[in-house]
Design a binder for this molecule. Structure first.
Ligand SMILES: C=CC1=C(C)c2cc3[nH]c(cc4nc(cc5[nH]c(cc1n2)c(C)c5CCC(=O)O)C(CCC(=O)O)=C4C)c(C)c3C=C
Ligand SMILES: [Fe+2]
Length: 425
């Protein structure tokens, strides 16, 4: 076994390639844990070409926090929710997480899922990698994994011996006023958020991870997103959502370590200890009634949001980054920004990372479009409090929550290990 291979396999707690049997893995595996893309070794490995508009340098896969939370928000999303297959064991779950981590650690460095990849293996077997990202650069790909409530316990009981490790806050979200949820596009035992500056790179990641899961987990639902609706660094311009408003102005940014520790990362004083350095992810698929919104007068649109459509400034005045003054009579008391603001919610903040989506159109010629809302928080109660407070939001006339999910997002994997390893110790 080459040195890189040994590091990637990492002993009993390490990355496994066992579950990839049938995907014809062979020699020449890259020493990802040690050197990332720079460690490309022999074998038939194909490093992806340097074509792409987005971020050219890979983001590290291993580290204290998973990438894809504070990482500068990429332009495209493919989000997938999975259910474990019936009669799978704890060992199946562990091997799946090991195989996913191994493949993710390669793809996020711009490599194919295995050393032989799409064209370097035995031509008489299906290739390990599906190939559609071969000529594309890494495009800032991040792959973030989450564990749903059903992984710890469901109607079949404690399938994987994890019930005792379940975070107290990891419960299915309560019903909210006006929810119109489709259970088929909600929740799931596991989730994967793939973000990249090229949509094909994100889709390639989910497609290959779904393939690797074969026999152990199956895709439950997935969502494509385009046009980020948030920013996580001050260097990123604030993008716009499908209502035409700047979205992400007041988001938590990656250099605000105090806010991240207070509001996003599960901390040293929080339980359970395997989740420290992780977070909780909430996803809400929110349909936006675009055609109805487009008939609303501009002044009323501004009242509903609580900000000016052009500059994104609060209605109390100033520029985009001026703090709103809620003593001003400029705000309707049920404007979105007022109801969502931390000063109206006991100081609660969340890190938002959502995307626009368009899933075609209805038979009536209306766009099936909206916001795939994603937020990271230290405690799910933060989202629940905010969403309850939004029950009188003027915006509610123009939106419908149609999908929902919550997952515990483990800390980043240690080098040579896999995402979620501390849960199984
Ligand atoms: C429960 C949390 C939230 C949901 C759901 C939500 C949906 C939603 N939001 C917009 C558009 C905007 N939201 C803005 C600000 C904002 N939204 C939330 C929370 C939820 N939004 C928060 C915490 C904030 C920040 C409030 C503050 O501190 O000022 C804005 C203003 C610009 C900005 O700061 O990002 C817009 C615009 C839509 C369209 C939507 C559902 C479809
Ligand atoms: Fe909002």
């Amino acid at each position: 076994m080459a040195e890189g291979d040994a590091q990637a396999a990492g002993g009993s707690a390490g990355l496994s390639r066992r579950g990839l049997i049938g995907l014809a893995l062979s020699s020449g595996v890259v020493g990802l844990a040690a050197g990332g893309a720079a460690g490309v070794a022999g074998g038939a490995a194909v490093a992806r070409a340097e074509q792409g508009r987005g971020h050219e340098e890979p983001y590290a896969f291993f580290g204290p926090h998973q990438a894809g939370i504070t990482t500068p928000v990429q332009d495209h999303l493919h989000f997938a929710s999975f259910d474990m297959m019936p009669r799978t064991s704890r060992e199946d779950l562990i091997s799946l997480l090991q195989d996913w981590s191994y493949a993710a650690s390669r793809m996020t460095q711009g490599l194919e899922v295995s050393a032989t990849g799409a064209v370097g293996g035995d031509a008489q077997t299906p290739p390990d990698d599906t190939g559609e990202a071969m000529d594309l650069a890494v495009n800032g790909l991040t792959i973030t994994f989450g564990f749903g409530p059903g992984l710890f316990e469901n109607e079949d009981g404690d399938r994987y011996g994890l019930a005792g490790q379940r975070p107290a806050g990891l419960q299915r979200l309560p019903a909210f006023l006006g929810d119109d949820l489709d259970p088929e596009s909600s929740q799931g035992d596991l989730c994967i958020q793939a973000c990249a500056d090229d949509p094909q790179v994100a889709v390639h990641a989910i497609r290959n991870l779904s393939r690797i899961a074969f026999g152990r987990a199956r895709l439950r639902w997935s969502q494509l997103g385009f046009g980020r609706t948030s920013r996580t660094t001050s260097a990123q311009a604030t993008p716009r959502n499908l209502f035409g408003y700047k979205d992400g102005t007041a988001n938590i940014l990656s250099d605000d370590t105090e806010a991240l520790d207070d509001h996003v990362w599960v901390g040293a004083s929080d339980e359970p200890d395997w989740l420290r350095g992780g977070s909780y992810l909430v996803a809400r698929k929110i349909a936006m009634l675009i055609e109805t919104w487009d008939r609303v007068r501009l002044v009323e649109q501004n009242e509903i949001i609580g900000r000016d459509k052009g500059a994104g400034a609060p209605l109390s005045g100033g520029d985009e980054f001026t703090e709103p003054d809620f003593h001003s009579t400029a705000f309707d008391e049920n404007s979105h920004v007022r109801l969502a603001h931390s000063s109206m919610n006991d100081g609660i903040r969340i890190l938002r990372r959502g995307y626009n989506y368009v899933d075609g159109n209805s038979a009536l010629g209306r766009l099936d479009a909206g916001l795939f809302f994603l937020s990271y928080q230290r405690d799910p109660a933060q989202f629940v409090t905010l969403q309850r407070h939004l029950s009188t939001d003027l915006m509610n006339e123009y939106i419908r929550h149609i999908g929902s999910g919550i997952w515990a997002v483990p800390p980043g994997a240690e080098a040579s290990s896999y995402v979620g390893a501390p849960l199984f110790r």
